[in-house]
Design a binder for this molecule. Structure first.
Ligand code: 4AD
Ligand code: MG
Length: 466
């Protein structure tokens, strides 16, 4: 009789009064050990961190019947789910039938049972999800993505999809990746010799988006509370543990919100997500804490329970200037903060997450609302321990005249953004939003040290393998 497959997660959660029944499990062998009377197979199917113990008694399985059932092999196991006689697991399968789908040559299988370095695993992107570490990271990543949609849905936000191919460099956030179908070796040229993008697929030069914000503003000025959650691309040559060339960004945008409400939303959102992960990823987080970051759970609980510090950029500069610490990059009013400055404020000075506001207009994007003093804008960056900037956002300039003046000052062409200007012409109103770098959140929650280890296929300078 055929029976439906159960996941390891389901089987391990089976209540005692549902045991002693026939089950079918499928997965990959993580280890096999035993003696001539009995073989123990650790089976993992990715549904959870834990393995299921499969007991193959010699009376049912000859050596030959278990040929190929070794680390890395894919198998189906049929048998009785029973209370385990051994220590370390509550239940186990007493196998009656084991089918080998595909073996794994023990001489060449890259994931031997020993520990591998994270650098080595990065080169094995096709296999690293089968390790405990990446299984845990990917499940936490999933839980956070789901938690984000749940948070917004529960709070009356609508999910909007903004374009990935765009005709404008709205953000000025960094170098963009060009999207073209023109032949690189002989593109059409205009009379003056430059590439003629009117011949290109879209009839103009196009790029991969750096942010969905400007389009999210369109939606917010109609639906009120919206958010995006999509891929963004930046060709900046930042070879750091916190930058990717392709990353996912969450960008809520809310009509009628001003800077204080924007800060409240960012703080509540982040703390809720950390709480969500603590509640739903306990086993994976405990594993990551044990192997990578012993303070992880304490730090997560602290962030979930602590009010963030809020202060202006100007006040932060004063603190940094009088700090005993010697910084690599000098600080003075008007300079952009480096990661070392951000982390000093968070980790040494305040010892908690910090929201910095009202940055000098020169170091922020054209669309941020100008403060009354004409020198600063209603920007906000949320800074996290171990990460630095995790969120960047602002109240937007809703005044048509002021926005045009800022665009002129910053050489942002009006023709490309005529529609953005029209939002200020017809029914303009205060509004605000921010962008959360998804991988930076996953980095914080998992306690991993390098952003390349929290996305399945990291893209960074000189690396687009897989
Ligand atoms: O501060 P950023 O550039 O802000 C924006 O793009 C705004 N349009 C957001 C908005 O107001 N709607 O980027 C937002 C966040 C950063 O705080 C950081 O967490 C993340 O995106 N981020 C990156 N993450 C990984 N790799 C990179 N290269 C990143 N650049 C930014
Ligand atoms: Mg930023």
């Amino acid at each position: 009789m055929s029976i439906a497959r159960s996941t390891v997660q389901q089987l391990l959660a089976t209540p005692a009064d549902h045991l002693d029944r026939e089950v079918l499990a499928k997965g990959w062998v993580r280890a096999r050990r035993g003696n001539k009377y009995v073989q123990f197979i650790a089976l993992n199917d990715g549904s959870c961190l834990a393995n299921l113990q499969v007991v193959a008694a010699a009376e049912h399985f000859s050596d030959e019947a278990l040929t190929g059932v070794a680390n890395g092999a894919a198998v189906a196991v049929r048998g009785r789910l029973v209370a385990s006689q051994g220590k370390g697991q509550a239940v186990e399968i007493q196998a009656t039938e084991i089918t080998l789908y595909g073996g794994a040559d023990q001489e060449t299988y890259p994931l031997q049972t020993k520990q591998h370095s994270l650098e080595f695993l990065r080169e094995q992107a096709h296999l690293r999800p089968r390790t405990n570490t990446f299984g845990a990271v990917l499940r936490v990543r999933h839980a956070l993505a789901y938690g984000i949609h749940k948070y917004f849905n529960d709070n009356g936000f609508y999910y909007v999809h903004t374009p990935i191919v765009t005709g404008s460099d709205a953000e000025g956030a960094g170098q963009m990746f060009r999207v073209t179908t023109l032949a690189p070796e002989h593109p059409p040229r205009t009379a003056d010799g430059s590439v003629d993008y009117s011949e290109d697929f879209f009839g103009k030069a196009t790029n991969l988006t750096v942010s969905g914000q400007l389009e999210a503003e369109i939606a917010a000025m109609a639906l009120g509370k919206v958010y995006t959650f999509g891929p963004t691309f930046r060709a900046e040559n930042s070879n750091t543990a916190r930058h990717l060339a392709e990353f996912w960004m969450i960008e809520p945008e809310v009509a009628f919100n001003e800077l204080p409400e924007n800060m409240n939303l960012a703080e509540d959102f982040l703390r809720s997500l950390v709480r969500y992960a603590l509640e739903h990823c306990a086993a994976d987080l405990a594993f990551l804490a044990e192997h990578y970051d012993k303070d992880l759970l304490e730090r997560l609980r602290f962030v979930a329970d602590t009010d963030f510090e809020r202060l202006t950029y100007t006040a932060a500069i004063e603190i940094l200037k009088s700090a005993k610490k010697k910084f690599e990059f000098p600080v003075d009013w008007g300079t952009d903060l480096q990661s070392e400055h951000e982390r000093y404020l968070v980790e040494q000075h305040f010892k908690k997450p910090v929201i910095l506001t009202n940055y000098p207009k020169e170091i922020k994007a054209f669309y941020m609302k100008l403060d009354e003093d004409g020198r600063t804008v209603r920007a906000m960056d949320v800074l996290f321990p171990g990460i630095g900037e995790i969120i960047g956002g602002s109240q937007r300039e809703e005044d048509l005249g002021k926005l045009k003046a800022r665009m002129a000052e910053m050489h942002v062409p009006e023709e490309e953004l005529w529609w953005y200007l029209e939002l200020r012409k017809y029914g303009t109103a205060p509004h605000a939003g921010f962008g959360l770098g998804f991988e930076r959140l996953v980095l914080f929650v998992t306690g991993m040290a390098n952003i390349r280890d929290v996305i399945p296929f990291p893209r960074y300078p000189k690396n687009a393998a897989f």
